[in-house]
Design a protein around this ligand. Sequence first.
Ligand code: SAH
Ligand code: SF4
Ligand code: F3S
Length: 469
Amino acid sequence: MLKDVFVPQEDIKAQFEAAQRVKEITGGGKKAYIATFGCQQNEADSERLMGLCRLMGYEKTYILEEAELIIFNTCAIREHAELKVFSKAGGLRKLKEKNRRIVTAVCGCMAEQSHRREKFLTSYPYIDFIFGTDRLHMLPQMVENALKGKKLKVYISGLSHDKFGVIAEGLPVVRESNYKAWVSVMYGCNNFCTYCVVPYVRGRERSRRSADVLAEVEALVKAGYKDITLLGQNVNSYKGEYSFPELLRRAASFEGDYWIRFMTSHPKDASKELIDVMAENPKIAPHFHLPMQSGDNRILELMNRRYTVEQYMEKAAYIKEKIPHVALSSDIICGYPTETEEEFENTVKAVDKVGFDMLFTFVYSPRIGTPAAEMEQVEHKIKTERFARLSALENLRAEELNSRFAGQTVKVLSDGLQDGIYKGRTGQNKIISFTLPQGFDEEKAAAGKFLQVKVTKAAAYTLEGEATE
Ligand code: SAH
Ligand code: SF4
Ligand code: F3S
């Protein structure tokens, strides 16, 4: 555990006071817009940022043009993610020219990379400030500085990646949904998979106290939340008062009808105990995301994943054996440096053998500062060709696997009417659209309600059905 990882509560209090001063400066009644790129961790962070915005007197808006505080919460996982941010950030120039009072900021994982900070500072001078992933709780202070015309543009800890990272408890939160919620259990990553930028931009692993996590889950359940996801880059290395399986078991034992999920579990330490806890508890949704990355042992070793294909297969088989109706999903990287045709074929075979309900397939993207970026690269054309081949295989497999739900009646959490069609998710996190039989009470199918749906059709990535009483 990092030393002094918890932000002292008096520092949080100082931020609350800064928020009041911001409100006085702007007069309140303003709006804030946050663009969130990347993973659930960023989505969860953005909800805290919005909590702080509200404290400063900015209400949430989804309309960029009406915001007076604009924050880009960025992702650095692949080049494509970074390019999206750069192209959107260019649009801020005009807004700022029209209204000089607008405050603009960039945070998240790109902000932790010095070459990206450089680019923001030189090519996007209309961005008022940039802040790192462990400076999130200081937003009020930073906004106050910007409003007072301070020129300090960069707020980062400045510590090397093996030393930085904090936990800030007690921040306000404005959640996107009133029935689905993220609950971070830990931050950072210690795994250093050789392709991945996360350990450098998120710092070392640090865990929230079990009591804090459980109190947050309990409050959410009491407030009527139905789908709660425990978040961490590798939840298995959670080190609170309880082990992760025990934390999960407790999080799933509050009174009420709700689902608990978690993301993400690293195959090297997804334990049988964790799988057993899932199998025993109906409130834990039957979905397991277990990123395989490659189906070839030489590549797995180069990736520093620290498991073999055989060990992966054994865990996947245990999950499928123990948890009836489980959906297994995975991530695969195509064209990791030096990957041969034969090695990629091994991945194709492994994917075919396991049978994933959902596969997130990525073209390898070199990340500056990671070991894999220095290795001999696979040609872009070959990478994309491998990507296409794997996606085609997965489409077939997913359809085949989904057919097991046809004719079954499944529990669904409704997302309500969308463009005239009722949509929802199953425990496996599969999208399902459904109709209501004549006389069905629409209230019972509203967003955030659980209901039973009989599946009438199963395509590769969607199910269709009719609600039953
Ligand atoms: N902590 C999670 C993954 C977070 S990143 C885990 O370990 O499973 C999400 C996914 O992005 C990874 O699983 C990986 O498949 C992909 N990814 C990470 N770095 C990448 C890179 N440089 N190029 C392509 N895909 C990458
Ligand atoms: Fe990246 Fe590996 Fe950590 Fe996941 S476990 S965030 S892939 S370094
Ligand atoms: Fe992207 Fe950072 Fe998440 S790099 S995937 S937003 S941890």
